[in-house]
Design a protein around this ligand. Structure first.
Ligand code: GRG
Length: 299
């Protein structure tokens, strides 16, 4: 039986080692700025996006060199995700004090420091993705990965979703609007993580199409569970402020459907993600287990 906890722990460790190696060092003229970037990057995090990237690659290709090839891609995804958390926590956005079980970036480094740490992480991600030192990817794959990730992180993806989310606070929005926010704010980068791994592994058009369906459903399940945990878990368990959605008067799945129905909807999204993998071999085992992990997670 595939041991997802062992897989997650092993891959998390590998990505963290690589992030530490690749990330700028906190000395010299820019020491304070880099220290702020490193702070949020290394205080915690499940590393779901890099691991999904790798697992998607592994379901396409058994090449033992694949992991090395995808490490910088996964690290770039984690940098983008971490920047989004730093900016999301700012007083102008969710105004949170706690993230990954520690004081938020602006609480440690001030608002200007946190804005710049986020800017630095976002830019560094594209520095990594385009770095000619990493020769494992063909130029065409590299460009396709950059285009995929930039699209998902930008104004028609995560940034746009955040803008819609901010606008929706305290207002009545439709379920369709909620889905658009979730798809863009959270789902887009998750799907892009999966597609990047598959592109790096040389996936075919039909494999990428199937993985996009998997990713869209896993991303949806991830966000539904995030909404659920916000109302069912404690701040200590989550490492971030519980009840923040209610406090910000945000429309969520539990607000629309109640807790039980929301749980069922998360289960349906996971089932749809598993159905999308029906043509893949046993090498998709990690992706299948990751989908289940995403609904079973407690933080
Ligand atoms: C500021 C441009 C910009 C975007 C912010 C990520 C995001 C968009 C907002 C965070 C708010 C939030 C709670 C979103 C729900 C899903 C989500 C992204 C949760 C946090 O991701 P995890 O659970 O966090 O992967 P860790 O700390 O484990 O990496």
């Amino acid at each position: 039986m595939f041991d997802i906890q062992h897989y997650l722990a092993k891959k998390r460790k590998r990505f963290e080692q690589e992030l530490d190696t690749l990330m700028l060092s906190a000395d010299g003229d820019f020491a304070d700025h880099v220290a702020a970037m490193r702070y949020s990057l290394f205080i915690g995090g499940k590393r779901v996006r890099p691991i999904l990237c790798l697992a998607a690659g592994e379901c396409i290709s058994p090449d033992p060199a694949l992991e090395e090839r995808l490490l910088p891609v996964g690290c770039a995804l984690e940098c983008i995700h971490t920047y989004s958390l730093i900016h999301d926590d700012l007083p102008a956005m969710d105004n949170d004090d706690l993230r990954r079980g520690h004081p938020t970036n602006h609480k440690k480094f001030g608002e200007a420091g946190a804005i710049l740490a986020g800017d630095g992480l976002l830019t560094f991600a594209f520095d990594l993705l385009s770095d000619p030192r990493f020769t494992g990817l063909s130029d065409a794959s590299r460009l396709q990965i950059i285009h995929t990730i930039a699209g998902a992180a930008g104004s028609l993806g995560m940034v746009g979703g955040q803008a819609l989310d901010m606008k929706s606070e305290g207002r009545k929005i439709s379920f369709e609007d909620l889905q658009t926010i979730h798809r863009s704010k959270t789902g887009a980068l998750i799907t892009a993580s999966i597609l990047s791994g598959a592109i790096g592994a040389g996936g075919s058009r039909s494999q990428l199409d199937a993985l996009r369906v998997y990713g869209d459903n896993v991303g949806l399940a991830f966000q539904i569970v995030d909404d659920l945990l916000d109302v069912t878990s404690t701040t200590e368990e989550l490492g971030k402020t519980a009840g923040s959605d209610v406090e910000h008067d945000k429309v969520t799945y539990p607000a629309f459907f109640g807790i039980e129905k929301t749980r069922q909807m998360a289960g349906q999204a996971v089932q749809a993600s598993l159905d999308a993998l029906s043509d893949f071999t046993d090498r998709a085992g990690p992706l299948r287990s990751l989908a289940q992990y995403i609904v079973d997670r407690t933080k």
